[in-house]
Design a protein around this ligand. Structure first.
Ligand SMILES: *Cc1c(COP(=O)(O)O)cnc(C)c1O
Length: 371
Protein backbone atom coordinates (compact mmCIF):
# COMPACT_ATOMS: atom_id res chain seq x y z
CA UNK A 1 0.00 0.00 0.00
CA UNK A 2 1.13 3.50 -0.76
CA UNK A 3 2.45 5.59 2.12
CA UNK A 4 1.19 8.73 0.40
CA UNK A 5 -0.53 11.03 2.88
CA UNK A 6 -3.79 10.39 1.12
CA UNK A 7 -3.24 6.68 0.73
CA UNK A 8 -3.71 6.42 -3.03
CA UNK A 9 -4.96 3.10 -4.39
CA UNK A 10 -2.28 1.05 -6.11
CA UNK A 11 -4.15 0.63 -9.38
CA UNK A 12 -1.23 -1.12 -11.11
CA UNK A 13 -0.62 -3.67 -8.38
CA UNK A 14 -4.34 -4.31 -8.27
CA UNK A 15 -4.27 -5.77 -11.79
CA UNK A 16 -1.65 -8.34 -10.75
CA UNK A 17 -3.07 -9.44 -7.41
CA UNK A 18 -3.69 -13.11 -8.05
CA UNK A 19 -0.78 -15.54 -7.88
CA UNK A 20 -1.36 -17.69 -10.91
CA UNK A 21 0.12 -21.11 -11.60
CA UNK A 22 1.09 -22.02 -15.14
CA UNK A 23 -2.09 -22.88 -17.05
CA UNK A 24 -4.47 -21.02 -14.71
CA UNK A 25 -7.11 -18.84 -16.37
CA UNK A 26 -6.17 -15.15 -16.31
CA UNK A 27 -9.76 -14.17 -15.51
CA UNK A 28 -10.88 -15.34 -12.05
CA UNK A 29 -12.98 -18.50 -11.88
CA UNK A 30 -16.72 -17.98 -11.46
CA UNK A 31 -17.72 -20.50 -8.79
CA UNK A 32 -21.46 -21.18 -8.62
CA UNK A 33 -21.73 -23.38 -5.53
CA UNK A 34 -24.01 -23.82 -2.54
CA UNK A 35 -22.36 -27.10 -1.39
CA UNK A 36 -18.69 -27.94 -1.00
CA UNK A 37 -17.15 -31.42 -0.75
CA UNK A 38 -16.90 -31.82 3.02
CA UNK A 39 -16.15 -35.27 4.45
CA UNK A 40 -15.13 -35.66 8.11
CA UNK A 41 -14.93 -32.86 10.67
CA UNK A 42 -16.34 -29.99 8.61
CA UNK A 43 -13.16 -27.88 8.81
CA UNK A 44 -12.47 -26.39 5.37
CA UNK A 45 -12.02 -22.95 3.84
CA UNK A 46 -15.38 -23.36 2.09
CA UNK A 47 -18.24 -25.18 3.79
CA UNK A 48 -21.59 -23.69 2.71
CA UNK A 49 -22.55 -21.05 0.14
CA UNK A 50 -24.07 -18.57 2.59
CA UNK A 51 -20.78 -18.32 4.47
CA UNK A 52 -18.03 -18.51 1.86
CA UNK A 53 -17.47 -18.36 -1.87
CA UNK A 54 -14.18 -18.27 -3.81
CA UNK A 55 -15.46 -15.65 -6.29
CA UNK A 56 -16.48 -13.32 -3.44
CA UNK A 57 -12.96 -13.67 -2.10
CA UNK A 58 -11.33 -12.63 -5.38
CA UNK A 59 -13.57 -9.56 -5.59
CA UNK A 60 -13.07 -8.71 -1.90
CA UNK A 61 -9.30 -8.94 -2.39
CA UNK A 62 -9.57 -6.45 -5.26
CA UNK A 63 -11.74 -4.06 -3.19
CA UNK A 64 -9.39 -4.44 -0.23
CA UNK A 65 -6.49 -3.39 -2.42
CA UNK A 66 -8.35 -0.34 -3.71
CA UNK A 67 -9.63 0.73 -0.26
CA UNK A 68 -6.42 0.00 1.63
CA UNK A 69 -8.61 -1.79 4.19
CA UNK A 70 -10.39 -5.11 4.52
CA UNK A 71 -13.72 -5.29 2.74
CA UNK A 72 -16.89 -7.35 2.95
CA UNK A 73 -18.96 -7.66 -0.22
CA UNK A 74 -22.76 -7.24 -0.27
CA UNK A 75 -25.45 -7.76 -2.92
CA UNK A 76 -26.31 -4.02 -3.01
CA UNK A 77 -25.19 -0.72 -1.57
CA UNK A 78 -28.19 -0.74 0.77
CA UNK A 79 -27.28 -4.24 2.05
CA UNK A 80 -23.81 -2.86 2.88
CA UNK A 81 -25.26 0.24 4.57
CA UNK A 82 -27.73 -1.88 6.58
CA UNK A 83 -24.94 -4.21 7.71
CA UNK A 84 -22.76 -1.27 8.85
CA UNK A 85 -25.63 0.43 10.71
CA UNK A 86 -26.94 -2.71 12.39
CA UNK A 87 -23.36 -3.56 13.44
CA UNK A 88 -22.51 -0.04 14.64
CA UNK A 89 -25.72 0.96 16.44
CA UNK A 90 -27.49 -0.62 19.39
CA UNK A 91 -30.67 0.01 21.33
CA UNK A 92 -30.54 3.43 22.94
CA UNK A 93 -27.95 4.75 20.48
CA UNK A 94 -28.22 8.19 18.85
CA UNK A 95 -27.37 8.14 15.16
CA UNK A 96 -26.90 11.24 12.99
CA UNK A 97 -27.60 11.38 9.25
CA UNK A 98 -27.45 14.14 6.65
CA UNK A 99 -31.06 15.16 5.94
CA UNK A 100 -30.21 15.70 2.27
CA UNK A 101 -28.37 12.40 1.75
CA UNK A 102 -29.38 9.33 -0.22
CA UNK A 103 -33.09 8.84 0.47
CA UNK A 104 -33.06 5.04 0.97
CA UNK A 105 -30.57 5.37 3.84
CA UNK A 106 -32.94 7.77 5.59
CA UNK A 107 -35.92 5.50 4.94
CA UNK A 108 -33.97 2.59 6.44
CA UNK A 109 -33.03 4.65 9.49
CA UNK A 110 -36.44 6.24 10.10
CA UNK A 111 -38.46 3.13 9.29
CA UNK A 112 -36.30 0.35 10.73
CA UNK A 113 -33.47 1.52 13.01
CA UNK A 114 -35.94 3.70 14.93
CA UNK A 115 -38.12 0.65 15.69
CA UNK A 116 -35.26 -0.85 17.69
CA UNK A 117 -35.00 2.07 20.07
CA UNK A 118 -32.33 3.90 18.10
CA UNK A 119 -32.75 7.67 18.01
CA UNK A 120 -32.41 8.96 14.44
CA UNK A 121 -31.33 12.61 14.14
CA UNK A 122 -30.89 14.48 10.84
CA UNK A 123 -29.04 17.67 9.92
CA UNK A 124 -28.58 19.38 6.55
CA UNK A 125 -25.16 18.92 4.96
CA UNK A 126 -24.52 22.67 4.96
CA UNK A 127 -24.97 22.84 8.75
CA UNK A 128 -23.70 19.35 9.59
CA UNK A 129 -21.16 20.48 12.19
CA UNK A 130 -23.52 22.92 13.93
CA UNK A 131 -24.26 21.67 17.42
CA UNK A 132 -21.23 19.37 17.54
CA UNK A 133 -21.26 15.59 17.98
CA UNK A 134 -21.44 14.98 21.74
CA UNK A 135 -23.85 12.18 22.56
CA UNK A 136 -23.85 10.62 19.08
CA UNK A 137 -22.85 6.96 18.93
CA UNK A 138 -22.77 6.80 15.13
CA UNK A 139 -22.40 9.66 12.65
CA UNK A 140 -23.20 8.82 9.04
CA UNK A 141 -21.57 11.07 6.44
CA UNK A 142 -22.28 11.35 2.74
CA UNK A 143 -20.16 13.79 0.75
CA UNK A 144 -20.75 15.19 -1.82
CA UNK A 145 -24.43 15.11 -0.90
CA UNK A 146 -26.70 13.58 -3.46
CA UNK A 147 -28.17 15.37 -5.41
CA UNK A 148 -27.23 18.79 -3.92
CA UNK A 149 -23.44 18.31 -4.20
CA UNK A 150 -22.67 20.12 -0.95
CA UNK A 151 -19.68 18.82 1.01
CA UNK A 152 -19.04 17.70 4.59
CA UNK A 153 -15.51 18.19 5.93
CA UNK A 154 -14.57 14.55 6.58
CA UNK A 155 -11.37 15.17 8.59
CA UNK A 156 -13.02 17.77 10.79
CA UNK A 157 -16.15 15.70 11.50
CA UNK A 158 -14.36 12.39 12.04
CA UNK A 159 -11.93 13.87 14.55
CA UNK A 160 -14.74 15.61 16.47
CA UNK A 161 -16.83 12.42 16.52
CA UNK A 162 -13.86 10.34 17.67
CA UNK A 163 -13.11 12.83 20.45
CA UNK A 164 -16.75 12.48 21.56
CA UNK A 165 -16.45 8.66 21.56
CA UNK A 166 -18.54 7.97 18.44
CA UNK A 167 -18.12 5.97 15.25
CA UNK A 168 -18.12 7.50 11.74
CA UNK A 169 -19.47 5.75 8.65
CA UNK A 170 -18.87 7.44 5.28
CA UNK A 171 -20.93 6.61 2.19
CA UNK A 172 -18.29 7.05 -0.53
CA UNK A 173 -20.47 5.89 -3.44
CA UNK A 174 -20.26 9.02 -5.57
CA UNK A 175 -16.46 9.30 -5.38
CA UNK A 176 -15.08 5.71 -5.17
CA UNK A 177 -11.67 5.02 -3.66
CA UNK A 178 -10.06 6.76 -6.66
CA UNK A 179 -11.76 10.07 -5.91
CA UNK A 180 -11.83 10.30 -2.12
CA UNK A 181 -10.14 8.38 0.73
CA UNK A 182 -12.39 8.68 3.82
CA UNK A 183 -10.41 6.14 5.87
CA UNK A 184 -7.22 8.17 5.32
CA UNK A 185 -9.16 11.25 6.45
CA UNK A 186 -10.09 9.56 9.74
CA UNK A 187 -13.32 7.67 9.05
CA UNK A 188 -13.87 4.37 10.88
CA UNK A 189 -15.96 2.72 8.19
CA UNK A 190 -16.60 3.23 4.46
CA UNK A 191 -19.74 1.96 2.77
CA UNK A 192 -20.34 2.15 -0.97
CA UNK A 193 -22.75 1.11 -3.66
CA UNK A 194 -20.69 -0.70 -6.29
CA UNK A 195 -23.80 -0.63 -8.47
CA UNK A 196 -22.58 2.77 -9.66
CA UNK A 197 -19.14 3.51 -11.15
CA UNK A 198 -17.36 0.38 -9.82
CA UNK A 199 -19.74 -1.97 -11.69
CA UNK A 200 -19.97 0.73 -14.29
CA UNK A 201 -22.02 -1.00 -16.99
CA UNK A 202 -25.56 -0.63 -15.57
CA UNK A 203 -25.98 -4.40 -15.32
CA UNK A 204 -25.47 -5.34 -11.66
CA UNK A 205 -26.15 -4.30 -8.08
CA UNK A 206 -23.43 -4.69 -5.47
CA UNK A 207 -21.93 -2.96 -2.44
CA UNK A 208 -19.22 -3.24 0.18
CA UNK A 209 -18.17 -2.26 3.69
CA UNK A 210 -14.51 -1.34 4.32
CA UNK A 211 -12.83 -0.81 7.69
CA UNK A 212 -9.45 -1.07 9.38
CA UNK A 213 -11.16 -2.23 12.59
CA UNK A 214 -11.07 -6.05 12.49
CA UNK A 215 -13.71 -6.44 15.23
CA UNK A 216 -16.17 -4.19 13.41
CA UNK A 217 -15.59 -5.99 10.13
CA UNK A 218 -16.02 -9.39 11.81
CA UNK A 219 -19.42 -8.14 13.02
CA UNK A 220 -20.32 -7.09 9.49
CA UNK A 221 -19.27 -10.46 8.07
CA UNK A 222 -21.31 -12.24 10.73
CA UNK A 223 -24.33 -10.05 9.91
CA UNK A 224 -24.01 -11.03 6.24
CA UNK A 225 -23.86 -14.72 7.03
CA UNK A 226 -26.83 -14.75 9.42
CA UNK A 227 -29.02 -12.03 7.91
CA UNK A 228 -28.35 -13.89 4.65
CA UNK A 229 -27.79 -10.79 2.49
CA UNK A 230 -25.17 -12.50 0.34
CA UNK A 231 -23.91 -11.59 -3.14
CA UNK A 232 -24.51 -13.88 -6.10
CA UNK A 233 -21.20 -15.26 -7.43
CA UNK A 234 -22.05 -14.04 -10.94
CA UNK A 235 -22.56 -10.46 -9.71
CA UNK A 236 -19.33 -10.65 -7.71
CA UNK A 237 -17.53 -11.80 -10.85
CA UNK A 238 -19.06 -8.98 -12.93
CA UNK A 239 -18.02 -6.44 -10.31
CA UNK A 240 -14.46 -7.77 -10.42
CA UNK A 241 -14.46 -7.20 -14.16
CA UNK A 242 -15.77 -3.66 -13.61
CA UNK A 243 -13.12 -2.90 -10.98
CA UNK A 244 -10.36 -3.78 -13.45
CA UNK A 245 -11.23 -0.70 -15.53
CA UNK A 246 -12.56 1.60 -12.77
CA UNK A 247 -9.37 3.68 -12.72
CA UNK A 248 -9.52 4.53 -16.45
CA UNK A 249 -13.28 4.99 -16.56
CA UNK A 250 -13.36 7.20 -13.47
CA UNK A 251 -10.46 9.26 -14.79
CA UNK A 252 -12.24 9.86 -18.12
CA UNK A 253 -15.58 10.64 -16.44
CA UNK A 254 -14.09 13.16 -14.00
CA UNK A 255 -11.96 14.86 -16.67
CA UNK A 256 -14.97 15.20 -18.97
CA UNK A 257 -17.16 16.45 -16.10
CA UNK A 258 -14.67 19.25 -15.38
CA UNK A 259 -14.88 20.42 -19.00
CA UNK A 260 -18.65 20.06 -19.24
CA UNK A 261 -19.43 21.76 -15.91
CA UNK A 262 -17.45 24.84 -16.98
CA UNK A 263 -19.18 25.00 -20.36
CA UNK A 264 -22.64 24.43 -18.86
CA UNK A 265 -22.16 27.34 -16.49
CA UNK A 266 -21.46 29.59 -19.53
CA UNK A 267 -24.56 28.44 -21.45
CA UNK A 268 -27.41 31.00 -21.55
CA UNK A 269 -30.16 28.36 -21.01
CA UNK A 270 -28.55 27.10 -17.79
CA UNK A 271 -29.58 28.99 -14.63
CA UNK A 272 -27.16 27.41 -12.17
CA UNK A 273 -24.51 24.70 -12.00
CA UNK A 274 -23.23 22.87 -8.93
CA UNK A 275 -19.91 21.06 -9.38
CA UNK A 276 -17.21 20.96 -6.70
CA UNK A 277 -14.53 21.44 -9.37
CA UNK A 278 -15.78 24.87 -10.47
CA UNK A 279 -13.67 27.64 -8.88
CA UNK A 280 -16.81 29.63 -7.95
CA UNK A 281 -18.63 26.67 -6.36
CA UNK A 282 -19.39 27.01 -2.62
CA UNK A 283 -17.73 23.59 -2.11
CA UNK A 284 -14.60 24.26 -4.15
CA UNK A 285 -12.09 25.12 -1.42
CA UNK A 286 -12.97 22.08 0.68
CA UNK A 287 -13.12 19.91 -2.44
CA UNK A 288 -9.54 20.86 -3.27
CA UNK A 289 -8.29 19.70 0.10
CA UNK A 290 -10.32 16.54 0.65
CA UNK A 291 -11.10 15.12 -2.80
CA UNK A 292 -8.58 13.60 -5.20
CA UNK A 293 -10.91 14.31 -8.13
CA UNK A 294 -14.03 16.45 -8.38
CA UNK A 295 -16.27 13.58 -9.48
CA UNK A 296 -18.49 12.92 -12.48
CA UNK A 297 -21.82 14.22 -11.11
CA UNK A 298 -23.01 17.70 -12.06
CA UNK A 299 -26.08 19.49 -10.74
CA UNK A 300 -27.65 21.92 -13.22
CA UNK A 301 -30.84 23.94 -13.11
CA UNK A 302 -32.95 24.90 -16.10
CA UNK A 303 -35.90 27.29 -15.94
CA UNK A 304 -38.58 24.70 -15.18
CA UNK A 305 -39.71 21.10 -15.39
CA UNK A 306 -40.63 21.16 -19.07
CA UNK A 307 -37.27 22.66 -20.11
CA UNK A 308 -35.46 20.04 -18.04
CA UNK A 309 -37.49 17.15 -19.50
CA UNK A 310 -36.97 18.45 -23.05
CA UNK A 311 -33.23 18.81 -22.52
CA UNK A 312 -32.86 15.28 -21.12
CA UNK A 313 -35.19 13.44 -23.47
CA UNK A 314 -34.06 15.11 -26.69
CA UNK A 315 -30.34 14.69 -26.13
CA UNK A 316 -29.22 11.61 -28.09
CA UNK A 317 -26.25 11.00 -25.76
CA UNK A 318 -28.22 11.15 -22.49
CA UNK A 319 -29.86 8.11 -20.98
CA UNK A 320 -32.96 9.30 -19.07
CA UNK A 321 -32.46 7.11 -16.00
CA UNK A 322 -32.12 7.20 -12.25
CA UNK A 323 -28.80 6.02 -10.79
CA UNK A 324 -25.41 7.11 -12.13
CA UNK A 325 -21.82 6.10 -12.77
CA UNK A 326 -22.34 4.01 -15.90
CA UNK A 327 -20.33 4.22 -19.13
CA UNK A 328 -23.35 5.98 -20.71
CA UNK A 329 -24.03 9.55 -19.61
CA UNK A 330 -27.39 9.75 -17.87
CA UNK A 331 -29.60 12.40 -16.30
CA UNK A 332 -32.83 12.90 -14.39
CA UNK A 333 -34.89 15.51 -12.62
CA UNK A 334 -34.62 14.68 -8.94
CA UNK A 335 -37.90 16.48 -8.11
CA UNK A 336 -39.70 13.56 -9.72
CA UNK A 337 -38.76 11.51 -6.63
CA UNK A 338 -39.77 14.26 -4.22
CA UNK A 339 -36.25 15.57 -3.47
CA UNK A 340 -36.38 19.10 -2.07
CA UNK A 341 -35.09 20.70 -5.30
CA UNK A 342 -36.72 22.93 -7.96
CA UNK A 343 -38.61 21.24 -10.83
CA UNK A 344 -35.92 22.22 -13.34
CA UNK A 345 -33.02 20.77 -11.28
CA UNK A 346 -31.13 17.97 -13.06
CA UNK A 347 -28.51 15.52 -11.85
CA UNK A 348 -26.18 14.73 -14.74
CA UNK A 349 -23.86 11.72 -14.58
CA UNK A 350 -21.04 12.14 -17.09
CA UNK A 351 -20.12 8.84 -18.73
CA UNK A 352 -17.23 7.56 -20.82
CA UNK A 353 -18.18 9.04 -24.19
CA UNK A 354 -15.41 11.19 -25.73
CA UNK A 355 -15.93 14.68 -24.32
CA UNK A 356 -16.32 16.73 -27.53
CA UNK A 357 -19.16 14.72 -29.12
CA UNK A 358 -20.79 14.54 -25.69
CA UNK A 359 -20.60 18.30 -25.23
CA UNK A 360 -21.87 18.85 -28.80
CA UNK A 361 -24.95 16.73 -28.03
CA UNK A 362 -25.60 18.47 -24.70
CA UNK A 363 -25.17 21.90 -26.29
CA UNK A 364 -27.48 21.07 -29.18
CA UNK A 365 -30.19 19.98 -26.77
CA UNK A 366 -29.75 23.15 -24.68
CA UNK A 367 -29.65 25.42 -27.75
CA UNK A 368 -33.01 23.98 -28.86
CA UNK A 369 -34.76 25.15 -25.66
CA UNK A 370 -36.92 28.28 -25.87
CA UNK A 371 -35.11 31.30 -24.49
C1 LIG B 1 -27.21 4.10 -5.04
C2 LIG B 1 -26.75 4.57 -3.73
C3 LIG B 1 -26.89 3.77 -2.59
C4 LIG B 1 -27.61 2.44 -2.61
O1 LIG B 1 -27.00 1.51 -3.45
P1 LIG B 1 -27.78 0.27 -4.11
O2 LIG B 1 -26.69 -0.48 -4.78
O3 LIG B 1 -28.81 0.83 -5.04
O4 LIG B 1 -28.44 -0.48 -2.99
C5 LIG B 1 -26.39 4.25 -1.40
N1 LIG B 1 -25.80 5.45 -1.32
C6 LIG B 1 -25.65 6.26 -2.38
C7 LIG B 1 -24.97 7.58 -2.23
C8 LIG B 1 -26.12 5.84 -3.62
O5 LIG B 1 -26.01 6.65 -4.67
Amino acid sequence: MSSNARDLPDAAGFLHLRNLEKGDPVSPPLVQASMYHLPGDGQAPFTYGRGENPTWEVTEAALTHLEGADCVLFPSGMAAIAAALFTGARSGARVLFPSDGYYATRVLAEGHLARFGIEVVERPTQAFEDGGFDGFDVVFIETPSNPGLDLIDIASVTSAVRAAGGLTIVDNTTMTSFGQRPLALGADVVVASDTKAPGGHSDLLMGHVASRDPAFLAGVRDWRKFAGAIPGPMEAWLLHRGLETLDVRFDRMCSSAEVIAARLSDHPRVEAVRYPGLPGDPSHDLARTQMLRFGFLIGLSLTDESAAEAFINRCPLLQPATSFGGVHSSAERRARWGDAVPGGAIRLSVGCEPVEPLWAALKQSLDALPS
